[in-house]
Ligand binder design. Sequence first.
Ligand SMILES: Cc1cc2nc3c(=O)[nH]c(=O)nc-3n(C[C@H](O)[C@H](O)[C@H](O)COP(=O)(O)OP(=O)(O)OC[C@H]3O[C@@H](n4cnc5c(N)ncnc54)[C@H](O)[C@@H]3O)c2cc1C
Length: 180
Amino acid sequence: MTKLTVRTEETADGRVASQDQTGRGDRAQDRGVETFRTHLRGALLQPGDGGYDDARTIHNGMIDRQPALILRCAGVQTWLTGVRFAREHDLLVSVRAGGHGMPGYAVCEGGLMLDLSGMKGVQVDPEQRTVRAEAGVTWSEFDHETQAFGLATTGGVVGSTGIAGLTLGGGHGFLMRCHG
Ligand SMILES: Cc1cc2nc3c(=O)[nH]c(=O)nc-3n(C[C@H](O)[C@H](O)[C@H](O)COP(=O)(O)OP(=O)(O)OC[C@H]3O[C@@H](n4cnc5c(N)ncnc54)[C@H](O)[C@@H]3O)c2cc1C
């Protein structure tokens, strides 16, 4: 597996991230990351970039991992490009949706974190009584859109949890006893 990790160093100014294996400081990797960046719709963040620390912060404040790259996906194409880049470079990958998973699997140490939390599309079909929602939607955002049509489905109790994690493993909510 390619080592795309973050090493930290003490300097006179305090603790800073060294970018020797993150793509900066290594010219070949630098070019690879810059080429990757040109194919994206969405920010690609590295340690030291504005927004990097916010993006790697999840609900469980004890999780303090540092991905080498964070891809804030604006849509499916960017997400696919990220998966292909990770495959080509044999990178460790993590996927972040609502960021409420307690073990913090959403954030990897080194590697590429695919941040889906900006993907907020929700399409309700009132006639079919169905809804299609993107992976970054939270439970309250989902409810907000379905309730406009008098629709609801089983999910979580706490509105800030992600529908992605609730769908994959969870779904204990107010309607569970009535509707499973
Ligand atoms: C404050 C709080 C309240 C909660 N309340 C409830 C509740 O009322 N009912 C209930 O059932 N559960 C509840 N939970 C548990 C919650 O449902 C799970 O922790 C859920 O996994 C969180 O999903 P997420 O998308 O927010 O988290 P994330 O951490 O972003 O994702 C959870 C896991 O799913 C993976 N994942 C996310 N998206 C994808 C994807 N598109 N493809 C593949 N893998 C993906 C992540 O890598 C991670 O391993 C609560 C948790 C918290 C912290």
